[in-house]
Design a protein around this ligand. Sequence first.
Ligand code: SF4
Length: 66
Amino acid sequence: MAKRFKVNKDRCIGCGACVQSCDGATRLGQDMKAEIISQEKLGECGGAKVCPFGAIEEIREEKKEK
Ligand code: SF4
C-alpha cells in the first residue's frame, strides 16, 4: 500500500522548501503552513525527506490486532 503523509503544523515553519523541491505535492495554506495536495507526488519525491525540518511525517497505519 502506498505511504501516506501528513504535515505536523507545530513543526512546519512555512519555509516553502517542500513546495520548491516537490512541485505539485504541497502548497502553503492561509496559515502559511504546508498542506499536502498530492500524496502520490509527495511519495515520489521522498515523502518525509522533502521537509528539512521534519514537519512532514509518515502516517503509520496501525493494524488492529485483537
Ligand atoms: S513542511 Fe517543511 S519544507 Fe514544507 S513549508 Fe513546512 S517546514 Fe518548510
